[in-house]
Design a binder for this molecule. Structure first.
Ligand code: NA7
Length: 553
């Protein structure tokens, strides 16, 4: 159904669609393609000027894929796309990933159904019509049966609230909101707050150019060499020639990559054998350092300590000044914050123009117009880089703050926990679907592939509703509670919830602190398929109020 209606309240025009998608990043782009292939009318809204989502925003120096990388970080839905696109490096640069996404947008003619520079300011469910109405920053209003929230797990920037930060008169940039024009650090004194992936990727690049870099570190981090290298032509050929087999492996692998799994446990090996294995993996570098080691590292304190000690020794071996090396010693369970890949991060502290401030022993007091003042001294600066991360996983849903049945807002519904069923749906919010939301594998899975698989489930659910003459679907409270217990049960068997991280929401003051991602890997896709096979067990289906509301074909 496509068309326009008059709004009863304002008399303004409301565009009519089967589905509205919020976000034109990796997930929203696929959602659009998939729903269009199903024959539905779809409109996508995005605040940016083009596709890419997180890859459009995160243009900071050194930004690269920092998980298992190319050629397997990308869409799998099109064999032609796989044949046509050449990846240059294993850890693709942000600009290469963005170029790929732009190519996908061209290749599948996506932009004709995307309205850019349009921020969705409100989304409300109408129980009578069983439809959502969205209001946007450009004044465009739209009504749709389905609302697909592809709002990004890492897209709501975390702006630190530090006394005087707004008095700072120099340039300030957040890594997740990086300007499009080139930023020169030449001859400038720069302070970087934050040593997560974004800080650790950008600090070595900034230090190459700046007069001086002051790194303001709250938590010392484990990081391993990214092992980035060019992808050889025969590797791309192999990936293409054996694509069917790679894709099958990706679908069964716990993280969505075509890697062998193993049953090795650290505690079954001697300390010497462990070191040998860690050393070989360190020399190769890349995210597989964490995957190809031992399976008990995320479960057992003792196994965890063997890997943590190894990395701490590496840091001590790289950083020449022992006092700086001491400050760089991470203390939490390794892997319980997002593992980090770097290109010469620890080596950067051997440069004369880099100073490390440990905020745990020397906290920031305030910013002035020209400096950052810590308890032990004043650091004059020209540029402030905020590598302070995101209100992750649930943050962008809360920023959207849709209003469901009875006008209840998501903020109210999620005040204590991120209630959801299957990481896809929320009770009281019929016909709303999330991609990579809380309760799903999200950032713990190959995100383009995860988006495809979640979206296929959503499309099938929509088709089922249409076939059954149903107008609305939402989970019961009991199914949400059972899902919450399942998600928490898996997480609580690991060390992950024991560390403060953006995975647990601990980086955002006042946020419910618990581990909300589904850690069961590809088991998730069996679980959601099983629910569908049982005629959407755990969901309430409501008859369509008006004929013609459901036209999924
Ligand atoms: P992260 O991993 O959340 O890192 C943010 C960093 O900023 C981290 O070191 C935080 O310290 C630090 N931080 C945040 N707020 C403050 C304040 N107020 N004062 C001092 N330090 C602060 O975000 P990233 O963008 O690096 O990484 C997200 C990425 O993970 C994503 O883009 C993928 O690449 C993978 P903390 O550790 O909380 O003590």
């Amino acid at each position: 159904m496509t068309g326009e209606n008059q709004s009863p309240q304002t008399g303004g025009t409301i565009e009519q669609y089967d589905a509205v998608i919020i976000g034109a990043g990796v997930s929203g782009m696929y959602a659009l393609h998939h729903l269009r292939e199903m024959g539905l009318s779809v409109r996508v809204y995005d605040g940016a000027t083009d596709v890419g989502g997180t890859w459009w925003y995160n243009r900071y120096p050194g930004a690269r894929v920092d998980g298992p990388g190319s050629p397997f970080y990308g869409y799998t839905f099109s064999d032609e796309l796989m044949k046509e696109w050449d990846w240059a490096e294993t850890q693709s640069k942000q600009s290469d990933v963005l170029e790929y996404l732009e190519y996908v947008a061209d290749r599948f003619d996506l932009r004709r159904d995307i309205q850019f520079e349009t921020w969705v300011e409100d989304a409300r469910y109408d129980e009578t019509t069983q439809r959502w109405t969205v209001e946007t920053s450009t004044g465009v209003r739209a009504s749709s049966q389905y609302l697909i929230c592809a709002v990004g797990a890492l897209s709501t920037a975390n702006m630190p609230d530090i006394p005087g930060i707004h008095d700072f008169a120099g340039e300030t940039y957040h890594t997740g909101r990086w300007p499009h024009e080139p930023i020169s650090f030449e001859g400038k004194r720069v302070a970087v707050i934050g040593t997560g992936s974004s800080g650790i990727q950008s600090i070595p690049e900034i230090a190459k150019e700046a007069a001086h870099v002051t790194v303001l570190q709250r938590t010392a981090q484990y990081s391993v060499p990214a092992g980035n290298r060019p992808i050889q032509p025969d590797e791309m050929t192999d990936a293409r020639d054996n694509w069917e087999s790679f894709r099958t492996q990706m679908n069964v692998h716990p993280g969505g990559f075509p890697f062998e799994t193993h049953e090795r446990m650290a505690l079954d090996d001697t300390p010497e054998q462990r070191r040998e294995r860690y050393e070989a993996l360190w020399q190769r570098g890349g995210f597989r350092f964490f995957l190809d080691g031992y399976n008990d590292v995320a479960m057992s304190e003792e196994a965890n300590a063997s890997l943590a000690d190894f990395i701490r020794d590496k840091i001590r071996g790289i950083v020449r000044d022992p006092e700086t090396a001491d400050k760089l010693m991470p203390e939490f369970f390794v892997m319980t914050k997002r593992p980090i890949l770097d290109n010469g991060y620890f080596e950067t502290f051997n440069r004369d123009n880099v100073t490390l401030v440990d905020l745990r022993e020397d906290p920031i007091e305030c910013f002035t117009a020209t400096s950052v003042r810590t308890q032990k001294g004043e650091h004059p600066i020209d540029v402030l880089v905020l590598a302070t991360g995101f209100d992750a996983i649930s943050g962008s849903m809360l920023r959207l703050n849709p209003k469901g049945r009875g006008g209840v807002s998501l903020e109210e519904r999620w005040s204590d926990r991120f209630h959801n069923y299957l990481g896809l749906t929320i009770g009281g919010f019929p016909n709303l679907f999330m991609i990579h939301g809380p309760g799903s594998p999200g950032v713990f899975y190959n995100m383009p592939l995860g988006a495809e698989r979640q979206m296929e489930w959503i499309g099938n659910c929509m088709r089922y509703l249409s076939d059954q003459g149903m107008g609305a679907v939402e989970p019961t409270n009991q199914s949400e509670e059972a899902w919450d217990a399942e998600v928490s049960g898996i997480a609580n068997a690991t060390l992950f919830p024991r560390t403060d991280s953006w995975w647990t929401g601990a980086n955002i003051p006042g946020k419910p602190r618990y581990f909300s991602a589904y850690l069961g890997g590809s088991l998730y896709y069996h679980r959601i398929a099983d629910v569908a096979a049982k005629n959407y067990e755990g969901f309430l289906l409501e008859q369509a109020h008006r004929a013609g509301d459901v036209e999924a074909s």
